[in-house]
Design a protein around this ligand. Structure first.
Ligand SMILES: Cc1cc2nc3c(=O)[nH]c(=O)nc-3n(C[C@H](O)[C@H](O)[C@H](O)COP(=O)(O)OP(=O)(O)OC[C@H]3O[C@@H](n4cnc5c(N)ncnc54)[C@H](O)[C@@H]3O)c2cc1C
Length: 432
C-alpha cells in the first residue's frame, strides 16, 4: 500500500530525518520547484546540544524541541509524515514505512546517529544513553527518583550505589553532564535534601583516551580537566568500561565502581535502515558519500550530517566531525545544488567551513576553539550561551531558555525537578 501523499508533476524529493541537516534542506527547498516529503519518526526537531540541561532539570523538553508542522506552516509543497523508515528499495526508488510505501525521485538520508554500545548487550541494557528528548527525560526521572529512594536506605554501601553517578565518555556531552551534575550537587541538592550529606556523592567521568574533548585543542582539554577537578569531579583517563550489570561497573584494568546510574556518552554510529548495499556502508555505520553528497553506488540517493561519511576532505580525510555545523552546511549545500541543477547551472562540490567547537563545564566555565585561536573561562561561557541560544529554533524557545538560564544564574537553582511519569492504563482483567 502506498502512503497517501498527493501525486504532483513536480519531482519529489523525500527527506528522511528532520534534524539539523534534513530541516535545513527542507527549509531551503520549501519554496523551490520540487515536491518535498519530510519523514521523521518524531513530529518535532530536537536540539541535541541542550539535552543534558533537560536531563539535569535545567530546561523543559518543550524549550529544546520544535514541532515540524509549525516550522512549515503555509508551505503547500512540503508534506510531513510522522513515521519510521524501515527499509530502502533502491531498485524500485521507494522506501518502506509502517504507514506504507513512499516513492521518490530523489532521496536524502539525514537520519543522524544512534548510541553505539560497541556490541556490548549488557551495557546497552543497563547504561543510560542520551540521544533523544525522551532519553534525557528518563535520565532526569532516574536521577531524582534515586535521590528520593536514598533517603530510606540505611545500608551504606547500597546507598552509595544510588547516589554516585558514572559518566562514560569524555567528549563534550560527557564533560557537560559531569560539570552540570557537580553544580547540582553543590548548589541544589543540599537545599532539597538537607538530610543527605551531599559531599558523599561521587561524580565519576571515565575517558578511554589520555585527554578529554578529543578533537579540540590541548588547551581546551587541559582547562576542561582543571574545571572539572575544581568542581570535585573524579576524572579517570586511559581506562574503559568493559561491563556493567546495573550495579557494578567493571573497567579494563579490573577496577570496579558501584553505581546504579551509568550515563553512556561514549560513542555513536550512523542510524541507517535496511536495504543499503554493503559497499555503501563505511566505518561507524555511516553511508559513504562523494563530494556532491551522493551515496556511493546508488542513483539519486544522498546522505547528509551524522549519518554521512565523506572521505578525502583536506582537513578531515577520515570524514567530518559529527556536529551540527557539518549537518547544516551539508543541508544548505544540497538545497543549493538541487535548485542550480533545475536551472541548468553548474554545481560545485561540498566544502566544509569549520567555525570551531566549544563545550561548557558549568557556570562561568567553558572552552572555545575558533579556527584561529582558543580561549577559556567566563568569556568563553558567554560565547557558548550566545551561540546556543542563537541556534535554537523558535522565538518562544529562545525566550524560555534565556529566562530559565537567567533565573538559574541569579538564584543558583532550577525549578523543574518534577518526576512526571507516563500514565500506563491498567490492563483489562479477562472475565472467566
Ligand atoms: C547529547 C548531545 C550533545 C551534542 N552537543 C553538540 C554540540 O554542542 N555542538 C554540536 O555541533 N553538535 C552537538 N551534538 C551533535 C549534533 O547534535 C549532531 O551532529 C546533529 O544533530 C546531526 O544532525 P543530523 O541532521 O545529521 O541528525 P539529527 O539531528 O540527529 O536528526 C536525525 C533525525 O532523523 C530522524 N530519524 C532517524 N532515523 C529515522 C528513521 N529511520 N525514520 C524516520 N526518521 C528518522 C530522527 O528522529 C531525527 O529527527 C550533540 C549530540 C548529542 C547527542
Amino acid at each position: 500500500m502506498k502512503i497517501n501523499i498527493v501525486e504532483s508533476n513536480l519531482e519529489r524529493i523525500v527527506i528522511v530525518g528532520g534534524g539539523f541537516a534534513g530541516l535545513m534542506l527542507a527549509k531551503k527547498l520549501a519554496k523551490a520547484n520540487y515536491q518535498i516529503v519530510l519523514l521523521d519518526k518524531n513530529n518535532y526537531h530536537q536540539f541535541q546540544p541542550l539535552f543534558y540541561q533537560v536531563a539535569m532539570a535545567g530546561l523543559e523538553p518543550s524549550s529544546i524541541a520544535f514541532p515540524l508542522r509549525k516550522f512549515f506552516q503555509g508551505n503547500r509543497n512540503v508534506f510531513i509524515r510522522v513515521t519510521e523508515v524501515t527499509a530502502i528499495e533502491p531498485e524500485n526508488k521507494r522506501l518502506q514505512t509502517p504507514l506504507g510505501i513512499v516513492n521518490y525521485d530523489h532521496l536524502v538520508i539525514a537520519t543522524g546517529a544512534d548510541t553505539n554500545f560497541f556490541g556490548n548487550a549488557a551495557l546497552a541494557a543497563k547504561a543510560l544513553p542520551m540521544k533523544s528528548v525522551s532519553e534525557a527525560l528518563y535520565l532526569r526521572n532516574r536521577i531524582l527518583d534515586d535521590y528520593e529512594k536514598t533517603l530510606s536506605i540505611t545500608d551504606m554501601e547500597e546507598r552509595q550505589g544510588y547516589i554516585d553517578i558514572v559518566i562514560v565518555g569524555g567528549g563534550p556531552t560527557g564533560v557537560e553532564i559531569a560539570g552540570s551534575l557537580a553544580e547540582m550537587r553543590k548548589y541544589i541538592l543540599p537545599k532539597d535534601y538537607p538530610e543527605m550529606n551531599c559531599e558523599e556523592i561521587e561524580i565519576i567521568l571515565i575517558q578511554s583516551g589520555d585527554q578529554l574533548l578529543k578533537g579540540m585543542s590541548d588547551e581546551a582539554a587541559k582547562k576542561a580537566l582543571e574545571f572539572l577537578q575544581k568542581l570535585d569531579v573524579k576524572v579517570i583517563l586511559n581506562n574503559r568500561v568493559t561491563s556493567y550489570d546495573g550495579e557494578i561497573v567493571t573497567m579494563k584494568d579490573g577496577t570496579t565502581i558501584r553505581s546504579r546510574k551509568v550515563i553512556w556518552a561514549a560513542g555513536i554510529h550512523g542510524a541507517i535502515f535496511k536495504g543499503f548495499p554493503a559497499d555503501a556502508i563505511g566505518p561507524g555505520n555511516r553511508l559513504k558519500i562523494d563530494h556532491n553528497c551522493r551515496v556511493l553506488g546508488l542513483e539519486n540517493v544522498y546522505a547528509l550530517g551524522d549519518v554521512a561519511l565523506m572521505s578525502g576532505d583536506e582537513k578531515f580525510p577520515e570524514g567530518h566531525p559529527q556536529v551540527a555545523q557539518v549537518a547544516m552546511q551539508m543541508g544548505k549545500y544540497l538545497a543549493d545544488a538541487f535548485i542550480r541543477k533545475q536551472k541548468g547551472k553548474p554545481v560545485g562540490t561540498f566544502a566544509y567551513r569549520d567555525l570551531g567547537s566549544m563545550a561548557t563545564i558549568g557556570r562561568n566555565k567553558a572552552v572555545v576553539d575558533l579556527p584561529w585561536f582558543s580561549f577559556q573561562g567566563f568569556f568563553a561561557w558567554l560565547v557558548w550561551l550566545f551561540v546556543h541560544l542563537f541556534q535554537l529554533l523558535g522565538v518562544r524557545n529562545k525566550v524560555m531558555v534565556f529566562i530559565n538560564w537567567l533565573w538559574n544564574y541569579i538564584t543558583y537553582d532550577q525549578s523543574l525537578r518534577l518526576m512526571i511519569r507516563p500514565h500506563v492504563p491498567p490492563k483489562e482483567e479477562k472475565s472467566e
